[in-house]
Design a protein around this ligand. Structure first.
Ligand SMILES: Cc1cc2nc3c(=O)[nH]c(=O)nc-3n(C[C@H](O)[C@H](O)[C@H](O)COP(=O)(O)OP(=O)(O)OC[C@H]3O[C@@H](n4cnc5c(N)ncnc54)[C@H](O)[C@@H]3O)c2cc1C
Length: 270
């Protein structure tokens, strides 16, 4: 590892590895620090990735991307960064016994989807069978015409139902908690013929024809289920550096994707 990197990429999912490939091909010295929890590892077979007409697993894609980044000189270190600071030359970062010094850092730490109450083994099996899904933009095509359930209780979940209605006319929203939807949301869902089922959605089980769960009105079963429960945004490192974040943890940027952090590079050269 060079004493000082041009760039430390934090996060080795598709975003971080893409950055590493580009940066290394600009003849920059790059290391990727990766906690190895990419969401892509949960993709059984992605069908929307250009260039893979027969699909590719998320794990397979990451293996290829890692190899490509390494081929051009990126170093990949499996570690979780938990400390980051500004220093005289740029940034210093530490975690899991590793320390990095870099002129710049690129944070590509992703998000974690919030899960419904399903144990890990069942969750993994349902994902692998395509009974549980998280990204209708990625794989809504695969549920075309199917009986689909969305889990959630807010405007975001209703939007997900609305989007899925462009793939199938059998969409139901199962509330993830007791209580009713706000009237305006319920009215909109009624207009687009989305059935609303009282919650909480729980006691999930794989059946021959889908994934079932208990609801306020008994057990319901769907060929595919999309939790729409939001995500935990991994913006802690950016926050440590002083970046402003929204209430959801998303980093605030301007119309040029710039954070509120001062441009250190410019400060140093001026
Ligand atoms: C079930 C499922 C199916 C999907 N299907 C598709 C699909 O078919 N097509 C598609 O295009 N997309 C799909 N997606 C979405 C896709 O997985 C994500 O868009 C993609 O993984 C995001 O890439 P990323 O690099 O931003 O984040 P991630 O892939 O989540 O990678 C972030 C990385 O950063 C690491 N990290 C976080 N914090 C730290 C830290 N402090 N120090 C070091 N490392 C850290 C994590 O360990 C992780 O390895 C799917 C997602 C899921 C969950």
């Amino acid at each position: 590892m060079p004493e000082q990197l041009d760039c430390l990429v934090i996060g080795g999912g598709p975003a971080g590895l893409t950055a590493a490939i580009y940066l290394a091909r600009f003849h920059l010295t790059v290391a990727v620090a990766d906690g190895r929890q990419s969401r892509a590892l949960q993709i059984a077979c992605s069908q929307n990735h250009a260039g893979f007409p027969n699909g590719i697993s998320g794990r397979g894609l990451l293996t290829r991307m890692r190899a490509q980044a390494v081929r051009y000189g990126s170093q990949i270190v499996d570690c979780q960064i938990d400390e980051i600071d500004r220093d005289r030359v740029g940034f210093s970062a530490r975690g899991d016994g590793h320390a990095f010094s870099a002129r710049s850092v690129l944070i590509a730490t992703g998000v974690t989807n919030c899960r419904p109450p399903i144990d890990d083994a069942l969750h993994a099996e349902a994902l692998s069978l395509g009974r549980l899904r998280y990204c209708p933009v990625c794989d809504g095509y695969e549920v075309t015409g199917q009986d689909v359930g969305v889990i959630g209780s807010d405007a975001r979940a209703a939007k997900e139902c609305e989007f899925l209605r462009s793939f199938t006319d059998r969409v139901s929203l199962v509330l993830n908690e007791r209580g009713d939807l706000p009237g305006a949301i319920a009215a909109r869902l009624a207009t687009i013929r989305v059935r609303v089922i009282g919650g909480p959605a729980q006691d999930f089980q794989l059946e021959a024809g889908g994934l079932s769960m208990s609801s306020a009105t008994g057990r319901v079963c769907f060929e595919a289920v999309y939790p729409a429960l939001g995500s935990v945004v991994h913006s802690e490192l950016a926050t440590l550096l002083g970046a402003a974040v929204t209430q959801d943890g998303c980093i605030k940027v301007d119309s040029h994707q710039r954070t509120a952090l001062p441009d250190y590079m410019q400060q140093e050269t001026s």
